[in-house]
Every structure is written in C-alpha cells, then in structure tokens.
Design a binder for this molecule. Structure first.
Ligand code: IPE
Ligand code: IPE
Ligand code: MG
Length: 246
C-alpha cells in the first residue's frame, strides 16, 4: 500500500487538476440512477480535497461542470446544481479546519442564483485561508475562457490601453480565469477516458497527464498517492534534453 510518507516532498505537484469523470457509469453499474453517482462523487470530492491539503498540495483544481454539461437532461443539471448548493453549505467547516481557500473559475454568472450566492459566500468566508487553494471549475470551458481573453485584450488594444506589440504570454495569462493560479503540473482524469474535454487548454501546456481506469466515486486516497508517486518519477524536460537538466 502507498503511504503519504513515500512521497518526495520537494517533488510534489504545486498545482494538481482533476477531471472527475465516471459518476454516471458508476451508478449505472449498480443499477442506480445517475444522480446516485453524483451524490457519491461529492463524497470523493471531500475525501480527496482533505487528502491533498494534508499531503501539501498548494493548488487543487476540480472540473465539476463544463459549459457543455448544460446540454444534459434538465433533471440532471438541476440535481448537480442542488448538490453544489448543499455541499457548499455543508463543507465550510471542512474548508476552515484544513485552512483551504475556495475559488471558482468559469462563467459562474450563469449558475442559478442560489448556487452563485452560496458560492460567493463561501469564497468570501475562506478568503484568508492559506494552506491550499481549492478551485472549482463550474460552467467552465477553456475555449470560452480563451475567447473572453481575446475579446478583452482586443478591446484594450482598440482603446489604446495596451499596444499590439506588448501582447505576450503574461498578458494572455492575466486575462484568463486562472490568472492567480500557477500552471498545472499534474492532470488526472478518472473513468478511463483519454481526453481533455475542454479543460484548461492553455494551462496544461506542460502538465503531466495521468489517466486512471476507475470511476470518480471509487477514486481513493491510494489512487491519489499512486498518481502523485508516478508523477514524481517522471522527468519534466520542458523542451530541453535530459543532459541539460542534470
Ligand atoms: C462526471 O461524471 C461528473 C460531471 C461531468 C458533472 P459523469 O456524469 O460525466 O459520468 P459518466 O462519464 O457519464 O459516467
Ligand atoms: C468532463 O466530463 C467534465 C467534467 C468532469 C465536469 P464529461 O463527462 O462531460 O466529458 P465527455 O463528454 O465525456 O468528454
Ligand atoms: Mg463523463
């Protein structure tokens, strides 16, 4: 069994992002409705969030609802929004206990009023927490994020606030939802699907990718430690040669 002590502290991913996938199939396998899977998925969110803070991850970003997920049946979307409200209400003590600051990325204005209110309240109440930043990607789509950034930068050029020549990667970064977050170091996707599904396209340019054939409700502390251990044994070259790194 893996244990926390087997991790190399200096090689922890600073920013871990997770595509939490497979709730529906997990429930179907058990002959239950998809909703049942989402309810269990919430438990995994709690467990993994707490473990990440314990391990020493500084930034954890969870893909909870994509811009494309609005196309799901109305009843499923409503359930997901209801679960969001109830878990935000319930998990405030857990966030405080672990000194976790909540953050959100995405078109959060498009969330139902109750969810948005709850979200903003928890964000405000945890704003001073320091140990870990938990970012929920809600109504998030990377293409929309990039489109918004392009529009905003273009407007600044048009109005002579910045020059065309001054546009660089830093300026683009500063116009993304993730402007306050470092690049992703490790991206995990559960459920056996090998795709990105419009998540953090800019920010994963040099992320290490890890796919695991386990549905999100079954993703455990052991799976998390295994993924991080695997990451710690990879050589991140960023375009250089192995020899240059050593
Ligand atoms: C992930 O599980 C949760 C959300 C996308 C909201 P899914 O609901 O996508 O479950 P599968 O992939 O259909 O099994
Ligand atoms: C990606 O999962 C979005 C989230 C995990 C929130 P999906 O289940 O929506 O992705 P696809 O449709 O299988 O690519
Ligand atoms: Mg899915």
């Amino acid at each position: 069994m893996n244990s926390k002590n087997e991790l190399i502290e200096e090689r922890l991913p600073k920013h871990l992002a997770i595509i939490m996938d497979g709730n529906g199939r997990w429930a179907k396998e058990k002959g239950k409705l998809r909703v049942f899977g989402h309810e269990h998925g919430v438990k995994t969110v709690r467990l993994i969030t707490e473990k990440c803070a314990e391990i020493g991850i500084k930034y954890l970003t969870l893909y909870a609802f994509s811009t494309e997920n609005w196309k799901r049946p109305k009843i499923e979307v409503e359930t997901l929004m209801r679960l969001l409200v109830s878990s935000l209400k319930r998990e405030l003590p857990l966030l405080h206990k672990n000194d976790i600051k909540l953050n959100a990325i995405g078109n959060i204005e498009s969330l139902p009023a109750r969810a948005l209110k709850e979200l903003n309240e928890v964000i405000a109440k945890t704003a001073e927490n320091k140990t870990m930043t938990l970012t929920l990607a809600l109504s998030y789509g990377a293409r929309e994020e990039i489109k918004n950034a392009v529009q905003c930068i273009s407007a600044k050029v048009k109005n002579n606030i910045i020059s065309l020549e001054s546009i660089d990667e830093t300026i683009i970064n500063n116009h993304l939802y993730t402007r306050n977050l470092p690049d992703v170091d490790l991206l995990i996707r559960t459920s056996g699907e090998h795709r990105i599904s419009n998540f953090l396209l800019w920010q994963i340019a040099y992320a290490e990718l890890y796919f695991i054939d386990v549905f999100w409700p079954d993703f455990s502390e052991q799976h998390l430690l295994e993924a991080i251990k695997n990451y710690q044994h990879r050589e991140r070259r960023f375009g250089k040669t192995s020899e240059q790194l050593n």
